[in-house]
Design a protein around this ligand. Structure first.
Ligand SMILES: Cc1cc2nc3c(=O)[nH]c(=O)nc-3n(C[C@H](O)[C@H](O)[C@H](O)COP(=O)(O)O)c2cc1C
Length: 445
C-alpha cells in the first residue's frame, strides 16, 4: 500500500529499498510499502525512489559505473586488487544498510556512539554527509545546527531532508524554548533522524542574542527543561553537546550543574567540547582554539557518571588520538580533522569498530559516491556542492594540489559534471602510476 499523498511529498526525494531501513516507516521495509510483491528477491541494483506514488529504479547499473578512474594502463599499474575494490558503489554500501541500522542502536552498547563527525555549520550538509558515509559505515554523522525557528517556520524538506544512506544521522537543534524544541524534535524525528542533539556550545553573537547555544551553560535549569520537553516528544535518543563552561565560570561547578540537570531530564548522552567558550572578545573561530583543552575534566565527569554515555570533542586530530581518548570516555567526536583530512575516516571502521572499511581507498570512495553525485546533479545541484567537501581527500599524495586546483577551477563551472571530477582524480592516479614506474623495485628484506 502506498503512503498518503501528503507523506509522499515529504519523502519524494528519499531513496527507499526493500529490505533496507525505510525513513518513512522507520524500520526495515518489506517491499509491501512500495507496492512490490513481498518476499521477492530484489536485484542488486534495484534501488528505488518513490516518485509521485510510484516506485521506480533510481540508479544506473553497476556495470556502467565500475572502473571508471582506471584507464587500462592505470588499472594494470595499480593492480587488480584496487580496481576490484572500486567496484563498490554507494548503492552496494546501502545494501548493507539494514545491518548498519541494526548496529546503530546508539546507546544500547555505546558502540554506535564510539565515533562521530561533529556538527559544523556550512560544512556538514547532506552532500558532505553522503561523502563521509562512503568512507565509514559506522561513524555517527551530525547535521549542521538548525534553529527551532527555522524548523518550525522554514522550508523543512530543504533544512531537514536527508538520504537514508547517510544513517546513522543525528540532527542538532539550536533553541531554548522547551515547547519549540519539543515541536522541532518531533518534526526531526518524523524525518527519521536517529538522535536529536541540543546545542549548548555555540558562542556566536547571533546565537547569544537568541539566548541559546553556549550561554545556556549559565542556565542549567532551562537546559533541563528543554531536554525534558524533547524527551517527552520523541522516542529516539536526545543528547546535549556542551562546553566545560563559559567566561569566568568554574568548570567543575558549571559542568556538574548542566550535567545534573540533563541527567534528571532523561538525556541519553552528552558530548563535551573539552574547553570553555568565552562569550565576549573571541570569535566563534577563536573559541575553537584559544580556550585551553581540558580532557581531564571530561574524564573526571565520566568517572563520576559511569551510567551516562559521554563523548569528548575538541582537538582530536587523528585516529590514534581518538583511541587514546576512548580509554577515558565512551565516544569521540571529531570535527575539523575529519573535514579537512577526510581520508582518515577510512580508518574508523577497522581501527575503532574492528570491521573492514567500506572501500579500499580514496579512489574507491570517489567512485562509490558517483551515483549519489549523479543523482544530485539530476536534481539541479552543482558539482561544487559535493566537491567542496572533498578537496582534502588526496592530501599528502602526489597530484593532490592539481586535483584541488582542477576542482577549484573547472569544477566550479555550471556545466561541471562527473567527467570533471574524474579529470581531477586522474591528476592523482597519473602521478601515482608515474611514481610507481620510476621508483626502484623493493629489495626483499
Ligand atoms: C565551520 C565550523 C562550524 C561549526 N558549527 C557548529 C555547529 O553548528 N554546532 C556545534 O555544536 N558546533 C559547531 N562547530 C564546532 C564543532 O562541532 C566542534 O565542537 C569544534 O570544531 C571542536 O572540534 P574539533 O577540534 O574536532 O574541530 C563548528 C565548527 C566549525 C569548524
Amino acid at each position: 500500500m502506498l503512503p498518503p499523498p501528503v507523506r509522499l511529498l515529504r519523502f519524494r526525494q528519499t531513496r527507499v529499498r526493500p529490505g533496507g531501513s525505510c525513513p518513512r516507516i522507520g524500520r526495515p521495509c518489506t517491499g509491501k510499502e512500495l507496492g512490490l510483491p513481498v518476499g521477492q528477491p530484489v536485484p542488486f541494483d534495484d534501488d528505488l525512489r518513490v516518485v509521485s506514488g510510484r516506485a521506480i529504479p533510481a540508479r544506473p547499473s553497476n556495470d556502467a559505473l565500475s572502473g571508471r578512474y582506471s584507464t587500462n594502463a592505470t588499472a594494470t599499474a595499480l593492480g587488480t586488487a584496487r580496481a576490484d575494490s572500486r567496484q563498490r558503489t554507494l548503492t552496494e554500501l546501502q545494501n548493507d544498510e539494514s545491518q548498519v541500522a541494526a548496529k546503530a542502536d546508539p546507546f544500547g552498547d555505546l558502540n554506535g556512539w564510539r565515533f562521530s563527525v561533529a556538527p559544523m555549520m556550512d560544512w556538514t550538509d547532506r552532500q558532505c554527509r553522503a561523502f563521509h558515509r562512503v568512507l565509514s559505515r559506522r561513524a555517527r554523522l551530525y547535521t549542521e545546527m538548525v534553529t527551532t525557528g527555522a524548523v518550525l517556520h522554514g522550508d523543512r524538506v530543504r533544512l531537514l531532508g536527508f538520504d537514508a544512506g547517510e544513517q546513522p544521522v543525528a540532527v542538532q537543534l539550536g533553541g531554548s524554548h522547551p515547547g519549540d524544541l519539543a515541536a522541532a524534535a518531533r518534526i526531526a524525528a518524523d524525518f527519521g533522524y536517529a538522535e536529536i542533539n541540543l546545542n549548548v556550545g555555540c558562542p556566536s553573537d547571533r546565537v547569544q542574542e537568541g539566548r541559546f547555544g553556549a550561554c545556556l551553560m549559565r542556565e542549567p535549569d532551562l537546559v533541563g527543561a528543554c531536554v525534558a520537553a524533547m524527551k517527552a516528544a520523541v522516542s529516539v535518543p536526545v543528547t546535549v553537546k556542551c562546553r566545560l563552561g563559559v567566561d569566568d565560570q568554574d568548570i567543575e561547578a558549571a559542568l556538574d550543574a548542566v550535567v545534573g540537570a540533563v541527567v534528571a531530564a532523561g538525556a541519553d548522552g552528552l558530548i563535551v567540547h573539552a574547553r570553555k567558550a568565552w562569550l565576549k572578545g573571541l570569535s566563534p573561530r577563536e573559541n575553537r582554539d584559544v580556550p585551553p583543552l581540558d580532557y581531564g575534566r571530561v574524564a573526571r565527569l565520566k568517572a563520576a557518571r559511569p551510567d551516562l554515555p559521554i563523548a569528548v570533542n575538541g582537538g582530536i586530530a587523528d585516529i590514534a588520538s581518538a583511541k587514546a581518548r576512548l580509554a577515558e570516555v565512551d565516544g569521540v567526536m571529531m570535527g575539523r580533522a575529519a573535514y579537512t583530512d577526510p581520508a582518515l575516516l577510512l580508518a574508523v571502521d577497522p581501527e575503532l569498530f574492528g570491521e573492514p572499511a567500506p572501500v579500499a581507498d580514496a579512489f574507491a570512495a570517489v567512485e562509490a559516491l558517483e551515483p549519489t553525485i549523479a543523482e544530485g546533479l539530476g536534481r539541479g545541484l552543482r558539482l561544487h556542492a559535493y566537491t567542496r567537501h572533498m578537496l582534502g581527500l588526496f592530501n599528502g599524495r602526489p597530484g593532490a594540489r592539481a586535483y584541488r586546483r582542477h576542482l577549484a577551477t573547472a569544477g566550479m563551472a555550471p556545466e561541471a559534471g562527473l567527467a570533471t571530477l574524474r579529470e581531477a582524480v586522474a591528476q592523482v592516479s597519473r602521478m601515482e602510476v608515474s611514481r610507481e614506474r620510476t621508483s626502484p623495485p623493493q629489495q626483499a628484506a
